[in-house]
Write a protein that binds this ligand. Sequence first.
Ligand code: Q46
Ligand code: ZN
Ligand code: ZN
Length: 333
Amino acid sequence: MKCRKCGHEAVINMRQHKLALCSEHFLEWVPEQTQRFIEKYRMFTPDERILVAVSGGKDSLSLWDVLLRLGYKADGLYIGLGIDGGVDYSNQSHEMCVKFLENFRSQISSVNVTADDGPQTVNTQYLIPKLHVVDIAKLYGETIPDVAARTTRGRGKPCSVCGLVKRHVMNRVARDGGYDVLATGHNLDDEVAVLFGNALTWNAGYLLRQAPMLPADKPGLARKVKPFCRLYERESAAYALVRGIDYIYDECPFAEGSTSIAHKEILNQMEKDSPGTKLQFYLSFLRAREQGLFAEQAAHVELNACEKCGQPTSAPGLCAFCRLWERRITKDE
Ligand code: Q46
Ligand code: ZN
Ligand code: ZN
């Protein structure tokens, strides 16, 4: 298989795009595509400050790398969940984020920055990224599995508590750090698996909130973007590999057996039989959503500011996150 652009040996063949590329052209293609999606979905501008949620996995580290190479002011946020799972999961993933940053900093002088008017010399101060680390156990006294074990949320799995905590911490760090936007590394496979699950139950509220860009329409909430939402998982993994980014291969041990993984397998089979199925499903959904297909059904929820942390909540008094740490109240639930 030859690269379509230069005829050298291709490292990836993307059947759904009918495109094969060599390593050099693939490393150009991913940032070009990402930039196209950033503009298309009005995610952010070069002046804005971006907080990238990094987990040590291929998607979030590749995203951080791409944003920095495109010249964006992007800092990272790592949330230490205290998950071991026999593979020292949280410590390993933290280490990957730190390593990424060290490597990137050491390469910084050789990074080409592209701006609207072509390559230019940019004050590299801007490009030296920061990694915010929030260790849940150090800050709140308990790991995510510990909190999950004493609450009724999530039926034995910590994912519900974990999601709640991550959303809260991401919003808080974005707000306190004065970031304009919060970026996550969700890829097309993730988005399509979530979409598939929500379409099975026609959950209009969830469908309406699934988007490449969600504006910060409530005080205390950050704008949320997914610049890799149209990139296949295989493409983001290949980017990490070809770029030489070291990432944690293990999934979180609690992801095993989840419905979204089961949905991914079904969708992979469909994609294999008919390349491009996932992308078509996602793009058709975005069009329907834009045409207001789910808007009417989504109920308007009045939000108040939480008495303790100030983040918006539908309940009066404390938000679900703050209630999580009030042991007495949680036990009574
Ligand atoms: S990190 Fe947390 Fe995921 Fe692990 S505990 Fe579940 S939600 S699976 S993205
Ligand atoms: Zn090439
Ligand atoms: Zn609160």
